[in-house]
Write a protein that binds this ligand. Sequence first.
Ligand code: MGD
Ligand code: MGD
Ligand code: SF4
Ligand code: MO
Length: 733
Amino acid sequence: MLFGRNKKNRITIADKKIEKWSYSTCGYCSTGCSIEIGTNKEGKPVSSRGVANADVNQGKLCLKGIYEHELFESAGRGNTPLIRNDFHNPWNESSWDDATGKVASEIKRIQSTYGRDAFAVVSTGQILTEGFYTLGKLTRGVIGTNNYDGNTTLCMASAVSGYKRSFGSDGPPGCYEDFEHTDCLIAWGSNLPEQHPIIYWRMKEAQEKRNFPLIVVDPRVTMLAQNADMHLTITPGTDVILQNSLMHVILDEGLEDQTYIKANTNGFEDLKKEVEKYDPTTVAKICGIDEDTIRHVARLYANAGAAMNIWTMGINQSTHGSDGVVGLNNLSLLTGNIGKKGGTSLSITGQCNAMGTREWSSCSGLPGYRTLENPEHREEIGKFWNVDPEFFPKKRGMAQTDIFPAIETGEIKGLWLVGTNPMTSMPNTARIRKTLEKLEFLIVQDSYLDVETTDYAHVFLPAALWAEKEGCFTNTERRVNIVRKIKEPYANTKTDLHIFNAIAQQFEQSKKMKFPDKPADVFNEMRQLSKGRLLDMSGMTYDLIEKNRGIQWPYTEEQAKKGIAPPKGGKRLYTEDGVFSYLDGKAKLIPLPFINNNEVPDEKYPFWLNSGRLVEHFHTRTRTGKICNNNKFSPTPFMEMNPDIALEMGIIHQSYVRLVSRRSDAVVMVMLTHRVPRNMVFIPFHFFDCVNRLTLGLLDPHSRQPAFKQSAVRIETINQEEAAKINKEARKF
Ligand SMILES: Nc1nc2c(c(=O)[nH]1)N[C@H]1C(S)=C(S)[C@@H](COP(=O)(O)OP(=O)(O)OC[C@H]3O[C@@H](n4cnc5c(=O)[nH]c(N)nc54)[C@H](O)[C@@H]3O)O[C@H]1N2
Ligand SMILES: Nc1nc2c(c(=O)[nH]1)N[C@H]1C(S)=C(S)[C@@H](COP(=O)(O)OP(=O)(O)OC[C@H]3O[C@@H](n4cnc5c(=O)[nH]c(N)nc54)[C@H](O)[C@@H]3O)O[C@H]1N2
Ligand code: SF4
Ligand SMILES: [Mo]
């Protein structure tokens, strides 16, 4: 009987007939998981699994990594270059020579007619570092436009800017191992279980062993908040005030580390004077956290043997993003929590290679964390590339968020988008649409043809995806890991590196320079340029990286020659004997006066509009929207709404409503949940023609990053049948 039942219910796992497992690194988020892809006899990728002895993920993968092998053949991929003279016309298929020739001739035409900077390049955090480095060489050394930036302005710009202001250089000082040593963790606007599930698992395991307090600062009841010891439901956009108040309590009660402050920082007196103004009683009314809680958290943090702050977009995507990062650095410096085990200020990065672009793309400067403003850096790179240093601009050009307005006003006439989809990801997308329509020439270089920006493009360059090529990513904890080529590029696609080289060949200037086609040769250039710098990786080779399942920088040639093994994951910057990157070796304590310039709810637009992510989707869904086991969890644009206010407004679960902001409107399905308070709605930003039709995106003055998380909306009820129809049409897949 029992036997029979078992037999009936027996589950058999399909034998995928895997012949070979090949090493690679996951191409979605910045956690940097080591992954293996299983291929069958025909070489077709049929399975994915985590790498057991990889320090980062120790065999685990999240929902995205598990199905990553399905990407290679996913719907909507571009298969051959396309050209047209007017974006209203149908596409014509083209050869690579014709397409790259057309790109070069249009760049030359635009630059000779309107000036060098009238052509702009906006890149990404999602291609391989070797590609980034080569695009930088092409843009800075050959094309010579200064309007060159990446989508990291939507993402990590505030972290970069904050690190530079406090420590004199970018470069997150901590690592995942810090969770294993910390005595107190504060997570600011970061939802690890959904956005960095494997970092979350590392944190949770450490917490279960040592039971340190976890404090979450987030206006929404995220999954991380559900698992926290304390949840501080902050009023959106007011983190800096809370940080100032925590410092106020720390200084008022003498909990700071004076020895550390004196030895390692400048600016203490000015900071002290500013934070005196932020007593918890006054601050509580602005940030919505009661005064006792502020005092309690300040004491818990400052009295902990080692305390760490982590943060993600809740801090960065704000008009006070850069200040918010500096505020967290101030807190760390005041309490001596930098460069010490479990004591750090760790920005949790976003895209798989957001760090690689910061380090090597030359987007905001020159490779290897060098700046355009520094004459020695210009000289060094000019010599290395064989470019006259005078050819380089002497200061950074426009950020992505300034490039679009400059297209609007006619200053920029041509644009090259590499691996980014601003029609869905930029704030106020109606304005972005008009902007793209104004361009004389738009190039879209993407792995997918159905990315929304191609509607406005004149040339489409289909890029090989992720593990169809070889090269490196750098993760959140500065770990360089390798993506090995699992299969040949799909159809007639080419690697990004190959595309950049082919375009470079079309310019006279490139003839006296080197543009190697082999990724390992490009990596060698980077190794040489990294020598003696903060991000020294001169001791690394592809094979050594794979063998170690990723190596954290710095790892120098000297260390490698002496036979010193690469660190096992506990590598930190600014350790006790270390120095900061400012000339005097000290970090800066910076006072942060606060002016509230956000769009806030009022009578006409009474709800906060908050936006962010879901575990199953990645960004604008060009990838996860095509993978059934990801897309099925949320195929429809929806909005989280508080059930109590919904009841008062007569809005029911799963009905459709229209959201209206001062910019535009969007139709979404209502998901009733107590995750959001009465005066807030939350929309995942993964859907086209949805939340970013509504967002304002005011810019941070230092980083130029948009405040995606703070806008005001009202909710209107609508005819359900009509709404369902609109929604169906808007759904891409
Ligand atoms: N599954 C999945 N994972 C991803 C991504 C993805 O698309 N999908 N994208 C990757 C990328 S590029 C990034 S940048 C990261 C983003 O990772 P996270 O930043 O963790 O994700 P978000 O959901 O954008 O925002 C985090 C939280 O900020 C909160 N928040 C909003 N306003 C405020 C505020 O004023 N103060 C504070 N303290 N918090 C606030 C929101 O309520 C939200 O819960 O995720 C990476 N990982
Ligand atoms: N409202 C709101 N808006 C947001 C955010 C938010 O929280 N709220 N978050 C912001 C953040 S943090 C980010 S990072 C941005 C992300 O915004 P985007 O960068 O615009 O979004 P993605 O969908 O990741 O776009 C990456 C593109 O690269 C393509 N691609 C993938 N692999 C390759 C490759 O190997 N080569 C090439 N050439 N192309 C490739 C993909 O198909 C995709 O079209 O969105 C921002 N927008
Ligand atoms: S946590 Fe990030 S890197 Fe790891 S499998 Fe998931 S998406 Fe990939
Ligand atoms: Mo991001």
